[in-house]
Ligand binder design. Structure first.
Ligand code: ZN
Length: 135
């Protein structure tokens, strides 16, 4: 990542379009580590959480390595908007019950004190009948 930032500072590349070879989610997006894929397009990837808290629990990630919400700038507004707009459709496709009796929860942990474990921005989408393991 440090090399990417230096290269970006020199004007060669954008800092958040790079694959981080040490990042678990970058490896999942690249197919280097298997996952149960929910969705993929040019800029967004979604896959089932390996430790689900709820009957439906998947993660939505930008393909670009953005470490967390703390690095988000106005230029990411379109991408984040598209992720949030996609979430309800994927939630229903994955088995969440319809609003208002069903629904889903969206959570984005940020930083260590925010409970973030993998430092590649991700949106948890959880739903399905209660009780849940957590949350
Ligand atoms: Zn990453």
């Amino acid at each position: 990542m440090a090399i990417n930032i230096l290269a970006a500072a020199a004007g060669f590349i954008h800092p958040f379009t790079m694959h981080d070879p040490n990042c678990l989610f970058c490896k999942i997006i690249a197919g280097e580590i298997p996952s149960r894929k929910v969705y993929e397009d040019e800029e967004i990837f979604a896959f089932h959480d390996i430790h689900p808290w709820a009957p439906v629990h998947f993660l939505m990630v930008p393909k670009a390595h953005i470490p967390s919400m703390a690095q988000v700038t106005p230029e990411h507004a379109g991408l984040l908007g598209r992720m949030m707009a996609l979430a309800p459709r994927l939630a229903l496709e994955q088995g969440c019950n319809p609003y208002p009796d069903g629904g889903f929860r969206i959570v984005t942990n940020t930083g260590v004190e925010g409970g973030q474990e993998i430092h590649h921005l991700h949106i948890h989408v959880m739903g399905g009948p209660r009780p849940w393991l957590k949350g």
